[in-house]
Design a protein around this ligand. Sequence first.
Ligand code: KG4
Ligand code: ZN
Length: 344
Amino acid sequence: MRVLGIESSCDETGLALYDTERGLLAHAVHSQVAMHEIYGGVVPELASRDHIRRLIPLLTHVLTASGCTHQDIDAIAYTAGPGLAGALLVGASFAESLGQALNIPTLPVHHLEGHLLSPLLAADAPEFPFIALLVSGGHTQLMCVTRVGAYELLGESLDDAAGEAFDKTAMLLGLGYPGGPALAKLAASGTPGRYKLPRPMLASGDLSFSFSGLKTAVLTLVRDKTLSETDRADLAAEFQEAVVDVIAAKALAACHQRRLFRLVVAGGVGANLRLRQRLDAALATAGGRVFYPELDLCTDNGAMIAFCGAQRLAQGLANPVSQGAFSIRPRWPLNQLSAESSGS
Ligand code: KG4
Ligand code: ZN
């Protein structure tokens, strides 16, 4: 079975064709970063309009690259939430229209479930059960995953997500959008420890996170000061270290809590090399290991949506297929999905 995946929840348009026997046939992503850069963040209306422009050329590209035609598509999975309402509507209406035209089923997919299952697309995929660490622009969550569709929330951020903290702090340091990769790059030339930042909730005894105070601490350090390039790099390095310290400690604590030393990392912040180093080291000391998606599948893409849709179809976990009507869910808690799945 070949599943077309469509991702349009934020500022990337991603399409992919996944074959349940042959694996990923092709995937293509158009990033809107250059378009939003001058505004310092995503402009929702511009994002929606750009998704409209990109969908058909990307579909053509994916079909050509995989040597397939429209008739070879057996089902369409698309991101129905969470995300920007207008951007989601573009992908959803395109997917539903194409589904009707081709007379094939369509499947709304949860964006975070897509991220969470994306390491399973790697050649060396983890087995169930595992602990999942979701670190994206909108979420920081630790979950226990026993199978596709069963996600138990162990802990999450009480305020800013890790990616959001990276983005906001990058802004304070005068770096562009998106801030995460830019801050990580600057941090590579700096030394952590010269500036002292807190490790929020490191000793809280639970698996909750809080990153908004860290951004405020950086603001206090930079306000009304002229920082040299070295100062900025050292501050970036300390910020990254503080975030990574907390995430690595809590991820390891989650593994100990469940006596499960297979950790799966997903979401954009999972591309951070320092985080990867620290997680690898933490799990190695406990005799476990960490699984990551391929680097180009860490950030938003259509492959994870196609794969997630294929898994749901294979396990009979499909969300109800629309009959010409559909809805998107800009807010959609992942743990709600488990309850919906077991009820369907
Ligand atoms: O998963 P994603 O592509 O989109 C969401 O669903 O949110 O994650 C984007 C987030 C942004 O906040 C971005 O700054 C962050 O991931 N990010 C990084 C790195 N690459 C992307 N943060 C830290 N280090 C990176 N190398
Ligand atoms: Zn994402």
